[in-house]
Design a protein around this ligand. Structure first.
Ligand code: GLP
Length: 261
């Protein structure tokens, strides 16, 4: 697990977008896992800039989003379908049929979740999965207690998550209580994990995810089990980490490591 502390939110976002661009430039038909929330907004803005200014191509890319609120139509302004159109899809050249987002309106959650899992496999698995982190340490909507082997399913949101996300809705009662989310086990199967976190509100969760024990109580700690995970954070989100000097030392010296011939 690599921890990269950036001086600002903007630099964190640009560097994280570079990680995605490297994957897409190496494998034009890559499968990209996407996240929502306020954290990846500048990352998506940079991907859009790379597409417009530097020709980053999405024409062969397939995407899978992590989650969606149950009961919100895709046209609802707080649905993750709407979010993705607004902030990424309408600005890049991705074919609509290559986009996958869990359905918030399916009548059969179990069958839908099975289909979603199978579809990821049919497409060859996720090459790089973008992740945020909730203030309770969740990834996607895998709230505390979610099995580290969990698969795509319907999940009841924690009270703290509903409170955190109430800022996007007119009233707290409007926040859905349920979501369909990829499971921790689903996420761990992606070939590379890229988690972004900024701000002091995330410092506690970030420290527990990186330096705490691997536990289903902080599902982001499952990144410690993954062979290729990278975490980009800003200074504020690094505030509760004990080993900052060590992470910086690793980053400073990494470029000097012997390269394969
Ligand atoms: C929601 C999403 C997560 C996201 C989290 C943090 O709970 N399901 O995927 O990481 O919000 O959101 P924000 O980036 O707005 O803090």
């Amino acid at each position: 697990m690599e921890v990269i502390i950036c001086p600002s939110y903007d630099e964190m976002s640009v560097r994280a977008a570079q990680e995605v661009a490297v994957v897409l430039n190496t494998k034009p038909n890559a499968v990209l896992g996407l996240a929502t929330g306020s954290t990846p907004l500048a990352l998506y803005k940079e991907l859009v800039r790379l597409h417009k200014d530097e020709g980053l191509d999405f024409s062969q890319v397939t995407t899978f989003n992590l989650d969606e609120y149950v009961c919100l139509n895709p046209t609802h302004e707080q649905s993750y379908h709407y979010f993705m159109q607004e902030h990424l899809f309408q600005h890049i050249n991705i074919p609509p049929e290559s986009i996958h987002i869990p359905s918030g309106t399916t009548r059969n959650h179990v069958a839908f979740c099975d289909w979603y899992e199978n579809r990821i496999k049919e497409c060859g698995g996720i090459d790089i999965q973008i992740l945020g982190i909730g203030s309770d340490g969740h990834i996607a909507f895998n709230e505390p207690g979610s099995s580290l082997g969990s698969r795509t399913r319907i999940k009841t949101l924690a009270k703290v998550t509903i409170d955190d996300n109430a800022r996007f809705f007119k009233k707290a009662e409007d926040v859905p209580i349920y979501a369909i989310t990829m499971g921790v086990g689903t996420i761990l199967e992606a070939r590379k994990l890229l988690l972004v976190a900024n701000g002091d509100g995330k410092a506690g969760a970030v420290a527990q995810a990186i330096e705490g024990p691997v536990t289903s109580m902080i599902t982001a700690s499952a990144l410690q089990l993954h062979p290729d995970s990278v975490i980009y954070i800003d200074e504020a989100a690094s505030a509760s980490l004990k080993m900052c000097d060590y992470y910086r030392w690793i980053q400073d010296n990494k470029p000097g490591a012997p390269k394969p011939e």
